[in-house]
Design a protein around this ligand. Structure first.
Ligand code: RTP
Length: 155
C-alpha cells in the first residue's frame, strides 16, 4: 500500500472505454472533484495501440496483456490530470481494488464495476508514474495551471 503523503503530487486518472460507454463519466469525475483535488487536464481521446502498449509496458509479459490493449483501445477514454496533496494514494483509495468484486463499497470500482478486465478507471500507482503518464497522455499546451478561488477549506 502507498503511504499517505503530504506532498503536492499529480496523478493520471483515466476513465476506461467501459466507463465512457456506460455513461459513468460525470459520476467518476465528480468523485475526484468532491474530494477536493484540482483538475489540470481533461480530454476525450481514442488512444492508438502504440500508446496503450507504452502506458502498460510493465505488464507486457502478462498473459492478459493483449486483451488489456484491445480493451483500452476499443473506444474513447477520458484522460485526466489531477493535482493535490497526496493525490496519488488517495485516488487509488477512491478507485478501489483492481478486482471490483474485492473493491470496498464506496469506491468507484466497488460501486460501479464487476470484472477486473472491465474496471472502469485507471489511477497512477506512484508520484513518479503520475508524472510519467501525464507526460505520455497529454501534449504541451493541454494542461492548464490555475488557482481556484475560495480554497481555504481544503488546504
Ligand atoms: P490500473 O493500472 O488500470 O489503475 O489498474 P491497477 O493498478 O489496479 O492494476 P494493474 O495490476 O496495474 O493492472 C492494470 C489493468 O490490467 C487489467 N488486468 N486484467 N487478470 C486480469 O485479467 C487482469 N489483471 C489486470 C485491469 O484492467 C487492470 O486495471
Amino acid at each position: 500500500h502507498l503511504m499517505a503523503s503530504m506532498e503536492v503530487e499529480e496523478s493520471y486518472i483515466m476513465i476506461k472505454p467501459d466507463g465512457v460507454q456506460r455513461g459513468l463519466v460525470g459520476e467518476i469525475i465528480s468523485r475526484f472533484e468532491k474530494k477536493g483535488f484540482k483538475l489540470k487536464g481533461l480530454k476525450l481521446f481514442h488512444c492508438p495501440k502504440q500508446l496503450a502498449e507504452e502506458h502498460y509496458k510493465d505488464l507486457s509479459s502478462k498473459p492478459f496483456f493483449p486483451k488489456l490493449i484491445t480493451y483500452i483501445t476499443s473506444g474513447p477514454v477520458v484522460c485526466m490530470a489531477w493535482e493535490g496533496v497526496g493525490v496519488v494514494a488517495s485516488a487509488r483509495k477512491l478507485i478501489g481494488a483492481t478486482n471490483p468484486l474485492q473493491a470496498e463499497p464506496g469506491t468507484i470500482r466497488g460501486d460501479l464495476a464487476v470484472q477486473t478486465g472491465r474496471n472502469v478507471v485507471h489511477g497512477s500507482d506512484s508520484p513518479e508514474n503520475g508524472k510519467r503518464e501525464i507526460a505520455l497522455w497529454f501534449k504541451e499546451g493541454e494542461l492548464t495551471e490555475w488557482t481556484p478561488v475560495q480554497t481555504p477549506w481544503l488546504v
